[in-house]
Design a protein around this ligand. Sequence first.
Ligand code: SF4
Length: 376
Amino acid sequence: MPYNKHIFRLFAGCILQKGYNSYVICDLQRKRIRRIPKTLYFLLETFKNHSLKQIKDSFRHQHDTTIDEYFNFLHENEFGFFCSRQQSRLFSDIDLSFDHPSIISNAVIDINKQSPFSLAHVLALLDDLHCRHIQLRFTGDYTAKELIGLLKSAESYPHNSIDVIFNYSASISIKEILAIYSFPFVSELRIFNVPEKKIKGLQELSENDPIYFHSGGIAESPSALSIENMQLNIRLFSESQKHHTYFNRKLYITAGGEIKNAPQCPEIFGNVQDQKSLRQIAADAEFQKYWRISKEMTDVCGDCEFRNMCIDSRLPKQRSKGKWYHETECSYNPYISKWKGEEGYRTLEESGVTSSIKGIKINRRKLNALNKELWD
Ligand code: SF4
């Protein structure tokens, strides 16, 4: 190995994450996650400022080949670089502190034909909070003409990015779908209740643009977490250190005008049509109740190697003055490193883990036997 006298440094954007059963490197710049062996994680954590030679000396040269293989892997895959001790001091760790210029960073607005508020009024209130990302869900049956008419009220806020969701109508033409998408502030279109036989033809539309067609209804839209929809970026990774990445700085308006933190929240904070400003509501500690529930503070998620890169919309529940937990399971089981649908997947309960209002219990004997069966 030509670098025996050198120290290996991970790039600042390549961060080690430890889960209950797995270890990963999250490359926030290249947006990739790589599982690494436990021993490599241990070497990188324990021998941070040691040269390769010093690491090999520590193991009395019993594992030189494996150590070379590990560091070759990291170097060849560009997770870091070799440098001298002096050079190493020049590189600091990434700053993961988080703040945001908006009081509310994202909002969801449901609208149907009975909605008592005007879209223009709600958009003005959100603009006052510097909210720039909005999801508009038209839950009734609207013609393209009606949708275009309603979207015109958003033209006063050209800096917004708006995802538009609506139900398919047999009378809508491709030209009209493209006319809706052509508003400069529309960032994404999702059309629901599309007849199965129409989807293939319509999907040709979405080859180059974010226009998506779904056969199910709008209510079924939240998709299960998967390795493909993990979000690898510095912003989310930083936000997740001390915040819940789904509930933080979110605001939701129901079709009836009720104000909530998010669709999953039971708490209501007045009706939007009665409000001249949303500032007081957004600043209310009760409204922000879920904002600072990081995954680290939550059962199961705290043991998961993906805890700083997933956006989980399940509502966390708190035991009396205790830790937070969820009433439903995630599609990933961090205790056996398996996603639902993968060969060998077991639910938490089947693996010997239960988390409920009573507390979390891990049957380590059962779990160890299962992991031996799955991974050895
Ligand atoms: S277990 Fe928790 S942290 Fe892990 S992927 Fe699921 S929601 Fe995210």
